[in-house]
Design a protein around this ligand. Structure first.
Ligand code: NAD
Length: 337
């Protein structure tokens, strides 16, 4: 069993903890939190051991009726791998703690690329993370773009990617984020930083990205134009994407015309927290003009990186091949529509 600790139990951390807990070859040592808020209470209800991320705050947990096992360094010492799910920049501060215990760690996409030996998306570069001590599971947008680029690159060769990312203003709980009534070029500089981040996975890829932010919390939507090296047909691209376990090609008859209905679908299907771990590509949008492919996809920012975190743990511990890990993660998390 791979013993895993989760440091930072917010949007990403609580999902990683559940995903790890569901795997047959992993054991959740516990989760570390800064404060005994509602998420701490639900973690305890789920049977997860609680550690205080800030040791001096241990008494606050006791006052809130939460029996903390100890401080975060005890969790780090006890784990084979820690998944750091703290806010952007805090992961870099935490690296010394993991190093002091010789505990390998997975960091998230908010950290700089040089925090890890490798930036990671299982579909694209699982083997690069074999035996690595520090890995960065890239951002939700980079994960979503990489899952499309990888099969296209393998099947046809990619000359250039152009992507416009229509990004949600914030996650549902982030009530201080916005805009609440505006449409912002964000970042206003073109191309945006997202393209270089995708090049941490595909170093030679030609990619330009543009970003906008809109008043929505549900998902991001990408408008993609990929110039391929070969002539293709839309039907062939569709078949290719339908064969990808982490891509959901939305069929015409489903009546899913936007991110709202996608989330309704996920809730109706009994997905935990209404999560959509897969890229959601509108089948009707897949269009081809010569070597130019166009499509729209929606990316659930809160959950698409979760299977990647689980696969990163197996790669780092060299406990499974890419195919075995992806299949196990997908089966026990419930990925695949
Ligand atoms: P979040 O704010 O929802 O959760 C972070 C949690 O860490 C909070 O509970 C916070 O209290 C806790 N925390 C703060 N300081 C800590 C410390 N020193 N030790 C332990 N815990 C601490 O943030 P999030 O959205 O889960 O993002 C986490 C990381 O994942 C970031 O790098 C982010 O860029 C990345 N990411 C976020 C999303 C998303 O859409 N939410 C998607 C992909 C990747």
């Amino acid at each position: 069993m791979i013993r895993v600790g989760v440091n930072g139990y917010g949007t990403i951390g609580k999902r990683v903890a559940d995903a790890v807990d569901a795997q047959p070859d992993m054991e959740l040592v516990g989760v570390a939190k800064t404060q005994p808020n509602f998420e701490a209470h639900t973690a305890v209800q789920r049977g997860y051991s609680m550690y205080a991320a800030i040791p001096e705050r241990m008494p606050l947990f006791a006052e809130a009726g939460i029996d903390a096992e100890g401080a975060v360094d005890e969790m780090v010492a006890d784990a084979d791998v820690v998944v750091d799910c703290t806010p952007s920049g805090i992961g870099a501060d935490n690296k010394a703690l993991y190093e002091s215990h010789d505990t390998p760690a997975v960091f998230q996409g908010g950290e700089d690329a040089d925090i890890g030996d490798v930036s990671f998306v299982a579909r694209a570069n699982y083997d690069d993370a074999l035996g690595a001590d520090y890995v960065r599971a890239v951002s939700c947008n980079t994960t979503g773009l990489s899952r499309i680029v990888a099969p296209l690159e393998e099947e046809y060769g990619v000359e250039k990617v152009r992507a416009t990312l229509v990004r949600r203003g914030g996650d549902p709980g982030q009530n201080s984020r916005g805009p609440i009534n505006d449409i912002l070029p964000d970042p206003i500089d073109i191309p945006s930083h997202h393209g270089p981040d995708v090049r941490t996975i595909f170093p030679d890829l030609k990619i330009d990205t543009l970003g906008l932010k809109v008043p929505a919390t549900l998902m991001h939507v990408h408008s993609l134009n990929v110039t391929l090296e070969d002539d293709v047909t839309a039907a062939h691209v569709r078949q290719l994407l339908e064969a990808e376990s982490r891509v959901f090609v939305i069929s015409e008859g489903m009546g899913i015309d936007g991110a709202g209905k996608l989330k309704d679908f996920a809730h109706d299907a009994g997905r935990p927290r209404g999560d959509l771990w897969e890229n959601c590509v509108w089948g009707e949008s897949i269009a081809v003009e010569g070597r130019d492919l166009y499509l729209f996809q929606a990316i659930h920012q809160e959950s698409d990186v979760i299977p990647e975190n689980v696969d990163a743990i197996r790669a780092m511990t060299e406990s499974a091949s890419k195919a075995e890990s992806v299949a196990t993660t997908d089966e026990y998390l419930g990925v695949g529509i």
